[in-house]
Structures are given as structure tokens and as C-alpha cells.
Design a protein around this ligand. Structure first.
Ligand SMILES: Nc1ncnc2c1ncn2[C@@H]1O[C@H](COP(=O)(O)OP(=O)(O)OP(=O)(O)O)[C@@H](O)[C@H]1O
Ligand SMILES: [Mg+2]
Length: 298
């Protein structure tokens, strides 16, 4: 498979402060990459450099061997940036028609409304009157307007409700099946599993992981056991639980573990006065703190 996106030893500094350091990776046609990392890791900066919207301080980006700023390249890319700004005083339908007009082979309005779940009443609404989640849908529609073969999506689902998110990821999967090359950032682990074929993780501007979602899930597969207790147990009480982190917050105790079955067995064997035991999948934030060795803030 051919390399489409080539990020070569790219770095970016703002006023001498490094935001992205020596970042190199390639993406092949049809890959769906989740770019992960805690706040400030350098994800948005990276996306903007890949798009040619921001000039790298060092290194180089090419898309299909070309400068991403070229019109011929830009026409093939759909973009959702983290901060959505829409043209005011026009309706959604008008702005979509306008943007479709810029492209040689736009998607039809029918395809756009189907893929984004925009209904007739939203289409006739003026953009400044849209809710945050509706704006995200419109932003998605604008990204798709030109029938792109690459999508760059920076936190595309932030502000979307559960239904909008579902429609969004269904459409992303459909586009991926058609061979669209996609890179997206997210803070939701479930979105990685639903959509990505590959995971890149950044921390402090550096690439710290390049893995499949399955490999990542194993690493990030932290589970969270929570329970309530009236007794005042010390953290040492829970030693032997194979916990990677223990938090005690009043009556509530939360234990992070890579093996909940094992930890629960030991926990019950201790015969402590506990109730309301729940087991949940850990969050990405918890996983970051494990991977990056920064202390958990809770
Ligand atoms: N225009 C800018 N001027 C100065 N510093 C910037 C600028 N853009 C980003 N930074 C800094 O670069 C670093 C990386 O920021 P970036 O927005 O790429 O992070 P991110 O991974 O997208 O975070 P988030 O998850 O919060 O969106 C941060 O320390 C940020 O403060
Ligand atoms: Mg960002």
C-alpha cells in the first residue's frame, strides 16, 4: 500500500517552548488513525502541521509526496478543527451549497444529510442559532462536502450527544470502508475501538506509542473496581490486589487494575466491610497516567 501522509522529523516550538518534538510517522491509504494523548500533548498542533495550516519549525510533511498547502492536495482533504467557526447569517443549507461549490466533485446534499444526520429543520436554521452539537454536525458536513479521500478530524465528537456520536461513527466506518484515509483525535476510548485501525499516542509533544487498537486495549485495558466502605481502611489494606492505583475518597474506594477478576478474588478473600462493588473499564485519562507515569490527579 502506498504512503499518503508522510510526517518527517517534524517539530514545532512556540516562543522557544517545544509543542511537538521530532515526530515521524507515515499513513497508508485507507488507514484510520486515532491520535491520542492528554491535554497539551501536541495533537492539534500536529494535525494543523499535517494540513499545512501551521508551518513546522523543523522537519517536513508531504501528502501524496506533495506540499499539503497545494490546492490539488487541499481539495482531497476534509477537515474538522477543534474550534468550530461557521460563517454567520446564512442557513446551514446555504453554507453547505456554498462550500460544495468550491469542489470539483462534491457529495450531493442527500448524501451529506444522510451521513451527518442533519434534518430539514437544521438545514433551514441560521448557523449562529445552532447548538454546540448541531454545529459539530454541520462542521462534519462541511468536511465531507468536497467528497474528500482524506479526513483530518480534531476532537470531532466533542459536544455531540449520544445519538449524534452514533451517527457520526457509523458514517466514519462507512467512509473508511470506501477507502477514505482518516486521522482523528479523541479523549474517548470507546471511539478508538469503534473506528481506528491504528493508534498513535503522544505525550509532551513526542510519539510514545504506535500500535493496533488491540495492542493498545491490552495496555489500556485497565479496569476500575469501586466500592463503598464505612470502615477506615488504609491503602495498605488493599495491598496484594495487583492494583496499579488506589484512590480513597471518603467512603468511596477506587482501585485500578489490569486484572479485575484476580483483584476481586483477593478483595473478597479479605472479607472487608464493603458494599456496592462495581467494575468499570478505566478511562483514557487513567490509562495516560499509567503510560506516562505522571501521578493521577483526582
Ligand atoms: N498558537 C500557540 N501558541 C503558543 N502555544 C501553543 C499554541 N498552540 C499550541 N500551543 C501549545 O502547544 C502545546 C500543544 O498544544 P496542542 O493544542 O497541540 O495540544 P492537544 O494535544 O491538542 O491538547 P488538547 O487535548 O487539549 O486539545 C501546548 O502546550 C499548548 O499550550
Ligand atoms: Mg487539541
Amino acid at each position: 500500500m502506498t504512503t499518503i501522509i508522510d510526517c518527517m522529523a517534524v517539530g514545532k516550538s512556540f516562543k522557544g517552548k517545544s509543542a511537538v518534538k521530532d515526530l515521524s510517522f507515515q499513513m497508508k491509504k485507507g488507514e484510520v488513525v486515532a491520535l491520542l494523548g492528554p491535554n497539551g500533548a501536541g495533537k492539534s498542533t500536529t494535525i494543523q502541521m499535517l494540513l499545512g495550516l501551521m508551518e513546522p519549525s523543523v522537519g517536513r510533511v508531504t501528502i501524496s509526496g506533495q506540499n499539503p498547502k497545494l490546492k490539488a492536495v487541499r481539495e482531497r482533504i476534509g477537515v474538522m478543527l477543534q474550534e468550530v467557526r461557521l460563517l454567520d447569517t446564512v442557513t446551514v443549507k446555504e453554507i453547505l451549497q456554498l462550500v460544495r461549490g468550491y469542489y470539483p466533485r462534491p457529495l450531493s446534499m442527500e448524501q451529506l444529510t444522510r451521513l451527518t444526520g442533519l434534518d430539514e429543520s437544521s438545514l433551514n436554521t441560521r448557523t449562529e442559532k445552532l447548538s454546540g452539537g448541531q454545529k459539530q454536525r454541520v462542521s462534519f458536513a462541511l468536511a465531507l462536502a468536497g467528497n474528500p479521500d482524506m479526513l483530518f478530524l480534531d476532537e470531532p465528537t466533542t459536544g455531540m450527544d449520544a445519538i449524534a456520536r452514533k451517527t457520526f461513527w457509523k458514517s466514519i466506518r462507512e467512509l473508511a470502508e470506501r477507502g477514505t484515509t482518516i486521522i482523528f483525535t479523541t479523549h474517548y476510548l470507546d471511539e478508538v475501538e469503534v473506528a481506528a485501525t491504528r493508534v498513535l499516542m503522544m505525550n509532551h509533544g513526542e510519539l510514545i506509542e504506535d500500535a493496533t487498537p488491540a495492542m493498545m486495549k491490552k495496555k489500556l485495558g485497565m479496569q476500575r473496581i469501586s466500592f463503598l466502605t464505612d470502615a477506615v481502611y488504609r491503602p495498605e489494606t488493599y495491598q496484594g490486589l495487583a492494583a496499579t492505583d488506589i484512590r480513597i475518597d471518603g467512603k468511596k474506594v477506587t482501585i485500578l487494575t489490569g486484572n479485575a477478576d484476580h483483584s476481586l478474588k483477593i478483595l473478597y478473600a479479605l472479607e472487608l466491610e464493603i458494599s456496592e462493588v462495581t467494575v468499570n473499564r478505566g478511562t483514557l485519562e487513567e490509562a495516560y497516567s499509567q503510560l506516562t507515569d505522571s501521578p493521577e490527579v483526582s
